[in-house]
Write a new protein. Structure first.
Length: 259
């Protein structure tokens, strides 16, 4: 609420004028330099001030000193120094600069932290995905190559099937741990996103298996040796993996919670 005209005292006017003088001086970068230089030096001659701010034009230098008249005083020896108002202005400017610097440092730190975390999370996610896909792909290649030259025994197929399936299950368990650590500790979210991850892995691995199955089938039609990799191998593995993924994610979320 504004003061009535008859209630404004001389002290109020003086204080308001001082603030106006301070802010007017701080608006110009040259005058800010003069204030900070005189605060550091205590007092300085006209030439010293001129050299400090890098102004060669004497008239322009005199103009800036004149505009700083309420903040800068001249002693009997002709040297310039800060008045009480000037000291308050220099302290205010330094305080603002410190806060601005602190804000910039804080923002930069938060950005760096965010980028570092993003990079780490991306690398981990790609690593988990690569591992989960590499296990069935490697097994499919081994089984397919072996199947070109000879009929595959049920024991070998069962062993390779379990190796690839358990490798994929271990991959989805790693994803569940990753998701809980970086995104959400909620069991429902862990199960949902682990299932989505498992679906993506199943689609990619099934596509790779199908392409390999077609290639090996074409190769066998030419060489007429071996029996190749049966299509049931890929179908059963995909079904078993998708059925296991939610249960594995649930088990991981419960185990981590008890821990």
């Amino acid at each position: 609420m504004p003061y009535p005209a008859d209630k404004v005292t001389g002290a109020d006017l003086t204080e308001a004028d001082e603030y106006d003088d301070i802010f007017a001086a701080l608006k110009h970068p040259v005058r800010r330099q003069i204030l900070l230089f005189l605060e550091e030096q205590g007092e300085a001659s006209f030439t010293q001030v001129q050299n400090a701010v890098g102004i060669e034009d004497t008239g322009l230098m005199s103009y800036h000193l004149k505009e700083l008249a309420p903040l800068v005083e001249q002693s009997k020896r002709g040297k310039y120094h800060l008045s009480e108002v000037g000291q308050a202005g220099a302290e205010l400017f330094q305080r603002v600069e410190r806060e601005r610097h602190r804000s910039r440092v804080t923002v930069r730190s938060e950005i760096d932290k965010y980028l570092n975390e993003t990079i780490v999370k991306s690398v981990l996610l790609l690593g988990i995905l690569a591992f989960t896909l590499s296990v069935p792909t490697t097994v499919d290649i081994l089984v397919s190559v072996q199947g070109i030259y000879e009929d595959l025994s049920a024991f070998l197929l069962a062993g390779m099937f379990l190796i690839s399936l358990f490798g994929m299950i271990f991959g989805v368990a790693l994803f569940a741990v990753y998701y809980r650590h970086y995104h959400s500790k909620n069991a429902k979210n862990i199960i949902v996103y682990s299932t989505i991850f498992a679906t993506a892995v199943t689609m990619l691995s099934s596509f790779t298996f199908y392409q390999m199955y077609l290639f090996i089938g074409g190769t066998l039609s030419v060489t007429s040796t071996g029996s190749g990799i049966p299509w049931q191998f890929g179908v059963l593995r995909a079904v078993g993996f998708m059925a296991s993924a939610p249960a594995v994610a649930y088990a991981v979320s419960k185990a981590r919670r008890r821990h």
